[in-house]
Design a protein around this ligand. Structure first.
Ligand code: PFF
Length: 360
């Protein structure tokens, strides 16, 4: 494909929001709080901050620069930049293709549960102050293959329709609307959580005052993994987005801003969740089920619970959109540029592959 005819991001601010849209997602609102809760709070946060600064940010900058230099999808990028005869570099591009498909298979599944929870929260179906009852409601959703798959397909349908519109009219246009909305909803929830009696003190201490004894080698590995997942690096996403960056875009500055903004979203999510969890005496270490079992019980315990619970799941659903778009784009760019599929056909094939992969 002639590089000048490629779609791409149209403005500096649009690039920032689209890249931030990829970084922000279930990682901030589901993974970060659950890992922080399970690993003793501030200790994990501290190592995660270091991992992001010392490893994540430099990798993000390099990956984006590679993409912009090659102006191509993840696989073609390695064809172009690999030194002659060193074919093995190309494996990295193919690994990105596979990784994007595999991550999407589970990520869109979890996003499906979140979409389902928006409606369950609104209808009052998950309004219970007993985490066990909330657990049973969650168990009923995830153990029902039909409803889980249907919700996953709804997620794929929504994001697939956006990706068909292209980079500037799809990804960038949606990010411009959703990212600011996400910040507003998050701030509303933080205010609600911090103004609950008795929660702010212990919740903020848990999140911000590290217990160094809890920083084990396993915590360091977890934090490193989280840093990669959070910044969407190491799987071709930033390579692909970098290929759409404008020539005059300052990559280190953009990456630093995205990193800082993404970090603020995680911290705000922690501030929205932990003070509320402590205010009502719930367990912060519930793990991946924190968002689906503990959170409904926490919100039901507070005045205006249904409204705030619905806002919480809506916010999470919105956050997942940009991340899913960026994963889809890795595959769509490869199918359209390497295999010559028109964009719509590439988007439909990608969705179909993920829908099938998501079944197991
Ligand atoms: N960064 C996203 C999140 O934190 O939810 C997840 C993600 C998106 C991971 C894109 C990897 C990726 F390529």
């Amino acid at each position: 494909m002639n590089p000048s005819s490629r779609d791409g991001f149209t403005s500096t601010f649009g690039v920032l929001l689209a890249t931030l849209g990829s970084a922000v997602g279930l990682g901030n609102i589901w993974k970060f709080p659950s890992l922080t809760g399970m690993n003793g709070g501030a200790g994990l946060l501290l190592v995660y901050l270091l991992a992001t600064l010392l490893v994540g940010l430099p990798v993000m900058i390099v990956e984006t620069m590679l993409g912009r230099a090659a102006r191509a999808n993840a696989i073609t990028t390695f064809d172009r930049v690999a030194p002659r005869g060193q074919w093995w570099w190309k494996i990295i591009g193919w690994m990105g293709f596979l990784a994007a498909l595999l991550i999407m298979a589970f990520y869109s599944g979890v996003a499906g549960w979140v979409y389902a929870y928006v409606f369950k929260a609104l209808s009052g179906e998950i309004s219970t102050t007993d985490p066990k009852a909330a657990g049973a409601a969650f168990g009923a959703l995830v153990s029902n293959p039909v409803s889980s798959l249907l919700w996953q397909w709804v997620v794929l349908g929504v994001t697939g329709s956006i990706i068909m519109l292209g980079v500037s009219k799809g990804i960038e246009a949606v990010a411009r609307r959703l990212v600011p909305l996400l910040f507003i909803l998050l701030l509303v929830l933080c205010v609600r959580s911090l103004t609950l009696p008795g929660g702010a003190g212990p919740g903020l201490t848990f999140l911000f005052s590290p217990d160094f004894a809890k920083i084990t080698p396993a915590v360091v590995l977890t934090a490193l993994g989280l840093a990669f997942f959070k910044l969407s690096i190491g799987m071709g996403t930033m390579l692909t987005y970098g290929s759409y960056f404008r020539e005059d875009q300052n990559i280190p500055a953009t990456a630093t801003r995205v990193m800082l903004a993404d970090l603020s979203v995680s911290l705000l999510a922690g501030i929205a969740i932990f003070p509320a969890v402590f205010a009502f005496g719930f367990e912060p270490a519930a793990g991946p089920s924190l968002v689906f079992m503990t959170i409904p019980a926490v919100f039901t315990s507070m005045p205006g619970g249904i409204v705030f619970m619905t806002l919480f799941f809506l916010l999470t659903a919105i956050a997942s959109v940009g991340a899913i778009l960026s994963l889809l784009e890795v595959v769509v760019a490869i199918l359209s540029e390497r295999f010559g599929l028109p964009r719509k056909a590439a988007a439909i094939s990608t969705i179909a592959m993920i829908a099938v992969l998501g079944v197991p």
